[in-house]
Design a protein around this ligand. Structure first.
Ligand SMILES: [Zn+2]
Ligand SMILES: [Zn+2]
Length: 275
């Protein structure tokens, strides 16, 4: 079994994709070829292919199409998938709890080198320190006068008052994020290491029951027709400030599709049926 530097099995598709890019440069034809090759690799359960496939979309400023494949890689325990999910998707959102969930998770994984961890996740730690014990809306800090409360659902967000909690829940969409966190805490956290070890030892992902259950709960396995409309969006508004952007028939900000839906599931699933 050929593995990448993190010990995850790779595939012939992955090797071919990397070889093509290294030897052919990045012309449009090669790029399109490589996208197809990585998708086929992803379909065989090759996580390095999933990560590179997602990266192709990130390079085209389509983070909403990268997210499902990064999440697939993250729930299987690949540090590169988590790193991209954090810096290219969740770091751009006004909510931070999903960001913290995933950066905390990586710490528990064996074989993450100190240097690499620092490179990818050092920033997350700094951010966590900054946000811990601070109201996530008005930045009020814990003190003799202020008694911060945490969100009951995820325990990751702090509030100084009911008012700030309501703003976070309603206006900043923490409701959606918190619902995904509940799914992750129930169906991912207890099984995270088990899934990761099975994937690393080359087990067929379809035979890993907690993984398939989790994919289903997160909406990654939703039928493609339910999100077909987002796959070929023409007018993308890539302003990172989602609060000022308008999402209407003409333009859509892909970052708004990175926030989970109301019930905590993803907007766009991973459209292969074989993973
Ligand atoms: Zn506050
Ligand atoms: Zn919450």
């Amino acid at each position: 079994m050929v593995t990448d530097s993190d010990g995850f099995p790779t595939s012939d598709f992955f090797q071919r994709g990397v070889h093509l890019i290294e030897n052919g440069g990045v012309t449009e034809t090669i790029f399109n070829n490589v996208v197809g090759i990585y998708l086929r690799g992803a379909e065989t359960g090759c996580i390095p292919s999933m990560v590179n496939y997602a990266n192709c979309y990130l390079s085209q400023y389509k983070p909403h199409l990268a997210l499902p494949f990064l999440l697939e890689g993250a729930i299987r325990g690949h540090p590169d998938a988590v790193a991209l999910l954090l810096c290219r998707c969740y770091a751009n959102l006004p909510q931070f709890s999903l960001y913290f969930y995933w950066s905390n998770m990586v710490k528990n994984w064996a074989g993450i080198e100190e240097e690499r961890y620092k490179q990818f996740f050092g920033g997350a730690k700094k951010m966590k320190n900054q946000f811990d014990n601070t109201c996530c809306i008005c930045s009020e800090q814990q003190s003799d006068l202020v008694d911060l409360k945490t969100c009951n659902g995820c325990k990751l967000s702090f509030y100084c008052s009911k008012e700030c909690q309501t703003i976070h829940w309603e206006e900043r969409n923490h409701k959606n994020e918190c619902n995904q966190l509940k799914i992750l805490m129930k169906y991912h956290k207890p099984y995270a290491n088990e899934i990761r070890e099975q994937i690393m030892s080359g087990d067929d992902p379809k035979s890993i029951i907690p993984l398939q259950k989790l994919r289903n709960k997160l909406g990654l396995t939703r039928p493609r027709k339910e999100y077909e409309e987002y796959l070929d969006l023409k007018n993308l508004d890539n302003d990172l400030d989602t609060s000022t952007s308008t999402t209407n028939d003409d333009t859509i900000n892909p970052h708004t599709l990175l926030i989970p839906r109301n019930n905590g599931t993803v907007y766009v699933g991973s459209w292969t049926e074989t993973m």
